[in-house]
Design a protein around this ligand. Structure first.
Ligand SMILES: [Ca+2]
Length: 394
């Protein structure tokens, strides 16, 4: 569609169509009619600095009720977007062509006004001061009694048709309004663009759908071996961050978190979980070891065996724990001779020192019982002595 190549977006519908940065030559390209309102789309073929073709599309509306200018504008704002703003003679002619023909007052209010007879006539919304060479009716604006600060447009037949007349703002006339098709709720996460007889949403990055209501999705993440992940919000959509965790005994290699980007790509690769390694275990002197895995990593068990004639001293198997430590020290291998020599020395020590041990124990027991006997014998005597001393004093 050639006319929707260059979007014209609406952030504030009430003011948007009225703001222009350049003077345009407007060409009517599309019109269709209906009862009570008309739709008009304009294709601007202008000398704007951007040399852009722009599209503007809105509907005109009116009502036959009579109200003063302020009430008419409020009525337009509550029912549509605002009171009509005319930007050139073509728009003026088109507006008149769709308003109902009336042969006498009241006609229709339009959105140009001023506050004082010395002020410039200014359009609402865009503050434009456009007035065509033939916009005013004959002998207008006459400003009778210096109180005619609002403007009506004639819709009668004859030479004054489509011409303007300044009027008292509290006169009662009918409202002529326009409505933009885009409004604040047209697009959830995007800007509304007016196209011919329709609108469409230009989505923010990371969103899609007719109303830009859906966040784009990234490919489903793979669960890492020996680990897992948790995503904020549960979904794997734009701006979602997923945190990776490794099971006990495993260390993460890579980034612990990834975020889903607007191009449906994760910010980084999925990390992987590598088993914790314990310090290397060498084989004991006069013995051998065999481990359950090639690397001495978490959960690996190493068995120790001693050469013939040697005995294992310590645990014959150790396992690598989740914190990177073995479950016990590496055992040693001891010969039978060394073992029997140790036993001999132990027995010798026991036999040699046993009598001394008995003697020491016995002397301790005797000494303690003797002391107790003496204490028990001395106590009654001391008590009698104390009693006698008291009697003598009295
Ligand atoms: Ca007048």
């Amino acid at each position: 569609n050639v006319f929707s190549k260059i979007p014209r977006s609406l952030s504030k519908p009430s003011t948007f169509p009225l703001k222009r940065s350049c003077q345009s030559t407007w060409t009517l390209i599309f019109i269709f009619g209906g009862f009570g309102f008309q739709t008009v789309c304009w294709n601007s073929l202008t000398s704007c600095s951007s040399l852009a073709e722009t599209i503007l599309c809105w509907t005109y509306h009116y009502d036959n009720k009579r109200m003063n200018w302020t009430q008419a504008r409020q009525w337009c704002q509550s029912h549509y977007t605002d009171m009509v703003v005319i930007q050139n003679q073509t728009e003026n002619d088109y507006l008149v062509s769709i308003l109902p023909r009336r042969e006498s007052s009241p006609y229709f209010w339009i959105g140009i006004t001023r506050n004082h007879k010395n002020e410039t006539w200014t359009w609402i919304g865009n503050n434009s001061t456009w007035i065509g060479n033939n916009s005013w009716a004959e002998n207008e604006p006459n400003n009778n009694y210096s109180t005619e600060f609002c403007v009506e447009i004639y819709t009668n037949s004859g030479t004054n048709r489509g011409k303007w007349n300044d009027e008292k703002c509290n006169s009662l006339k009918s409202p002529a309004c326009y409505k933009t098709q885009c409004n604040a709720t047209s697009c959830e996460r995007g800007r509304c663009q007016e196209t011919i007889n329709s609108t469409r949403c230009l989505c923010e990055r990371g969103f899609e759908g007719d109303r830009c209501q859906t966040a784009v999705e990234c490919p489903l993440l793979d669960q890492p071996d020996n680990g897992y992940y948790i995503c904020s919000g549960g979904n794997q959509t734009f701006n979602t961050t997923c945190q990776f965790k490794c099971n006990p005994g495993f260390l993460m290699i890579g980034s612990p978190a990834v975020t889903c980007g607007d191009t449906r790509v994760w910010s980084g690769p999925t990390p992987f979980c590598s088993a914790v390694e314990c310090p290397p275990l060498s084989k004991p002197d006069n013995g051998n070891n065999s481990c359950s895995g090639k690397n001495q990593t978490f959960n690996t068990t190493c068995q120790f065996k001693c050469d013939p004639g040697f005995f294992v001293i310590g645990s014959s198997a150790v396992t690598c724990g989740d914190t990177g430590f073995w479950s016990g020290p590496r055992p040693t291998c001891t010969s039978k001779f060394m073992r029997s020599r140790k036993s001999f020395i132990t027995i010798f020590i026991i036999i040699f020192f046993y009598p001394f041990f008995i003697l020491i124990l016995a002397s301790c027991v005797l000494q303690k019982s003797g002391i107790l006997f003496l204490i028990n014998r001395q106590q009654p005597k001391q008590r009698l002595m104390k009693k006698k001393e008291k009697k003598n004093k009295n």
